[in-house]
Unconditional design. Structure first.
Length: 224
């Protein structure tokens, strides 16, 4: 089974976690795009969506799904999003699609986080995937030096030869060489660094469920 087929499989499986009649939180990325496509087939069952990126918003609207601003709604029943890594406790690394700040905001507003991913994303320890960190541009080099002191190598993410600009108007550092033993403490610590908008460790907003695409079907992991 191809990666694309695995993504489509977990995207369809995530429909079982959508609460009828309520607003659903929708993440960003290639796996989430498969979920959005599946959601479009049952759009009459939901009140609409809150989206974590301009790209997802455009895809949802193209399918005729109403998209609401976070400030216009209360608590969201469920947030469905992918991950670049997820460990056995539901902690994740996210931000490969550069939407980590908005993803974390929508996750914090949701009662439940359902992660959809293929089995290659399940890891024993976070850190092999380059850790995305959204930063205010004027602080990028100082933050890179702080990661160097931790043994990490931070590089500015580029697009078409220039610094990538997020939906929030900020830049992304990708940090390699980290081994994150305590995701909760790491997330709390880095988020206090001046100039950091969001670090891509999702431990405080971890997943409660992970739908993992495997060659033998969807494997469901649940976390306390």
């Amino acid at each position: 089974m191809t990666q694309d087929e695995l993504k489509a499989m977990v995207g369809r499986a995530a429909l079982d976690h959508v609460v009828p009649g309520e607003i659903v939180g929708v993440g960003t990325g290639s796996t989430v795009n498969k979920f959005i496509d599946a959601l479009g087939l049952v759009k009459d069952r939901i009140a609409g969506a809150v989206s974590s990126s301009e790209a997802s918003t455009a895809r949802l609207k193209d399918l005729g799904i109403a998209v609401f601003d976070c400030n216009a709604v209360g608590e969201i029943a469920v947030y469905i999003d992918g991950a670049d890594e997820i460990d056995g406790r539901g902690h994740m690394v996210k931000g490969g699609g550069a939407a980590l700040t908005r993803e974390k905001i929508v996750a914090a507003q949701s009662r439940r986080f359902v992660c959809i991913a293929d089995e290659s994303k399940l890891v024993e320890k976070l850190g092999a995937f380059p850790l995305p960190v959204e930063v205010i541009p004027m602080a990028a080099q100082r933050i890179a030096r702080q990661f160097a002191a931790l043994g990490g190598e931070a590089t500015l993410r580029l697009k078409d030869g220039a610094p990538l600009v997020t939906d929030n108007g900020q830049h992304i550092l990708d940090v390699r060489g980290l081994s994150i033993d305590d995701p909760l403490a790491f997330e709390s610590g880095v988020n206090q660094w001046p100039g950091v908008v969001t670090v891509g460790v999702f431990a405080h907003q971890k997943a409660q469920v992970c739908l993992l695409g495997t060659a033998s079907g969807v494997r469901t992991l649940t976390f306390e």
